[in-house]
Design a protein around this ligand. Structure first.
Ligand SMILES: *Cc1c(COP(=O)(O)O)cnc(C)c1O
Length: 394
């Protein structure tokens, strides 16, 4: 198996002399192009919380992407790429009156909703806008489900579309998010069935949405599960299910339908890495179900690796050959928090000879590492970001 990361990324990791996040911009651009080859014609609205880095957003915007934004601050960052406001939607169903008014002033005319209260606020503070109704998806099969906080039942969706029309808004679409790092194609098939039912129900009331938003959730390839096994998402099957689903929904609709996708993780996770360093490898006698060794890294849950409770990022220890003796260790971050660790039941085999200060490469860390970071919990600061560009040809 080839080592993780492109040669460009690996060279930059080797050259780094301090801790940082490295993002391989040409690889992210290639991931965007590959996604459009799999799903021709979809409108991509990159969920910018997955990588809110201006150079990444501009590169995606230049290729035709728009943005899924969660509030006025993200909208401002998205518009700074130069995309027109029509390529940015307010995808968060949670918004205050002031946030809606601010988005409206910024030119945003597409809003997600899942409640009558939010809808009334949109009608008042963003009059005449287009709304899309988010349906709740159960989130099974995903590493992080989103079915509890977001979305409404199919029956409520038709009522919301009717209420939108009544309030002078355009009932423009439907959306769903099947949960982040969704590992099953079935989740999208079930979502499509639900969307088709709502489209048919809306049609009986003379409402014909012009688009369906199939959300985010597309998985990254590079993670391991919390026990350390490769995740291997069935991406070919997922894309086939999405293509078939779009055909089905187009047939169900009374009018032409556009399809929107809001990938986050899928476009960036595998194309970034963290250069961190070893704080210390320790040995202590532990309860029988825990390994005796702990490997503390300079970087953990509060300065980039927030998701380390649910996934393991593959680690590489440059300078220690694969054949060097290894010990099973629980990998943990540097803070005084018990959650700042990989699952102790998934020890990582680390070189027994690692020393304090040795570099560690943390792979598949391009998604959510920039944004899921605190402003220095326990005094460990957020990591600086380095963007790798394609070589310029003279
Ligand atoms: C976070 C988010 C996404 C992106 O999710 P991924 O699982 O990273 O693809 C898409 N849409 C909405 C509304 C989100 O909140």
């Amino acid at each position: 198996m080839p080592p993780p990361g492109s040669p460009r990324l690996r060279a930059a990791l080797a050259a780094a002399t301090d801790d940082r996040i490295l993002l391989d911009l040409p690889a992210i651009e290639r991931a965007y192009d590959a996604l459009l080859r799999e799903l021709p014609g979809v409108r991509v609205r990159f969920a910018l919380k997955a990588c809110p880095v201006d150079a990444v957003l501009t590169a995606l915007a230049d290729r035709g992407s728009g943005f899924d934004a969660a509030g006025p601050e993200e909208i401002v960052q998205a518009l700074a790429t130069g995309v027109p406001p029509s390529r940015v939607h307010y995808g968060n169903t949670v918004k205050s009156d002031a946030q809606i008014a601010a988005a409206h002033r910024l030119g945003i005319r597409d809003y997600a909703t899942d409640s009558l209260q939010d809808l009334a606020a949109i009608a008042r503070h963003a009059p005449g806008s287009r709304v899309f109704v988010r349906l709740a998806a159960p989130g099974g099969g995903a590493l992080w489900g989103l079915g509890r906080k977001f979305g409404c039942a199919p029956a409520d969706a038709v009522d919301l579309l009717l209420a939108a029309r009544e309030a002078g808004l355009t009932p423009a679409g439907l959306s769903v998010h099947v949960g982040s790092q969704q590992m099953t194609a079935d989740a999208w098939r079930d979502a499509v069935d639900m969307l088709a039912g709502v489209l048919a129900g809306a049609r009986r009331h003379g409402i014909t949405p012009d688009h369906v938003n199939l959300g985010g959730g597309l998985p990254a390839r590079g993670y391991r599960d919390r026990r350390g096994n490769p995740l291997e998402p069935p991406l070919d099957k997922v894309f086939a299910t999405l293509r078939e689903g779009m055909r089905h929904l187009t047939q169900t609709s009374a009018a032409p339908l556009d399809f929107v996708l809001e990938p986050g993780r899928h476009l960036v996770a595998d194309h970034g890495a963290v250069r961190a360093h070893v704080v210390r490898l320790t040995g202590r006698t532990r309860p029988a179900d825990q390994p005796d060794h702990w490997l503390y890294l300079s970087c953990g849950r509060f300065n980039g690796l927030y998701e380390m409770d649910a996934v393991q990022y593959p680690l590489e220890f440059p300078g220690h050959p694969a054949t060097a003796p290894r010990v099973p260790a629980v990998v943990a971050g540097p803070t005084c928090d018990d959650d700042d660790a990989y699952d102790p039941r998934g020890p990582v085999h680390v070189p027994a000879a690692v020393a304090s200060g040795d570099p560690v490469w943390i792979h598949a860390a391009g998604a959510y590492t920039v944004s899921y970071t605190t402003r220095g919990f326990n005094g460990f600061p957020p990591l600086p970001v380095t963007i790798l560009h394609a070589p310029t040809t003279p």
